[in-house]
Ligand binder design. Structure first.
Ligand code: CA
Length: 234
């Protein structure tokens, strides 16, 4: 089977142009025209790449991408959108897009970017994500630390997966919240804090502290910030 590309685009003319053009280049292409279908297609099948439009009739592309990433999906995604502000580009890339091309675009450039993305090595077939003694199996939702199972809710697991994908990185509350809860962070809700507390309780009962609170900045998962060790055994 060739390289499989999912095209998510609601404008028929652009969709036809992309599907035809990519097939001529030898790609195996499927097309869906709304966000919900895109979400299902991403979840149920293997793709080498998704070309994702932002403005769609139901779920927008940003939401589709956030949900895909929050559930552990790792399909490379290229946003193909008329939204060309720096603000939108940053939002798109922060949501987990691998590349971003603004409409109108030159097909040759799009092809070059697609080639670059599908050349990147991917963890094909690998469904676990781990850090030190923590392991999450994205397919079975099994979470363990030091080979002992930990029971997490789906939200706690999504939060943990987000941390695992960004180890030793300062993560603002807004960034975490908008990824995991898929909503705008209004700065007042304490939902995130409550979930972090629960996740810590379950995760760190079996080992050293991993989720560090950076006052006024957010959270950091991994090595204690500033190289200062915390907790036992270090
Ligand atoms: Ca559109």
């Amino acid at each position: 089977m060739g390289i499989r590309v999912l095209v998510v685009e609601d404008e028929e003319e652009i969709a036809d142009f992309l599907v035809r053009g990519l097939r001529e280049e030898g790609y195996t292409v499927e097309h869906v025209s709304d966000g919900e279908s895109a979400e299902h297609a991403l979840a149920k099948s293997e793709w080498d790449l998704a070309l994702l439009d932002w403005s769609l009739p139901d779920l927008d592309g940003l939401t589709v991408l956030r949900r895909h990433r929050a559930s552990g999906g790792d399909v490379p995604v290229l946003f193909l959108t008329a939204k060309d502000s720096v603000f939108d580009r940053v939002r798109g890339l922060d949501a987990g897009a691998d590349d971003y091309v603004c409409k109108p675009f030159a097909f040759e450039e799009l092809l070059a970017r697609i080639r670059a993305l599908v050349r990147r090595p991917r963890n094909s077939g690998v469904t676990t994500i781990s850090y030190q003694d923590i392991k999450v199996d994205l397919a079975t939702h099994r979470v363990e630390r030091s080979a002992k199972p930990i029971e997490l809710t789906l939200k706690e697991q999504a939060l943990l997966v987000f941390f695992l994908r960004h180890p030793n990185e300062v993560l603002t509350r807004m960034r975490i919240y908008e990824h995991v809860w898929d909503e705008r962070y209004d700065g007042t809700s304490n939902t995130l804090e409550v979930h972090v507390m629960e996740l810590r309780r379950k995760l760190e009962a079996k080992g050293s502290r991993l989720i560090h609170t950076l006052r006024g900045r957010g959270y950091l998962f991994g090595e204690p910030p500033g190289g200062v060790s915390e907790g036992a055994g270090s």
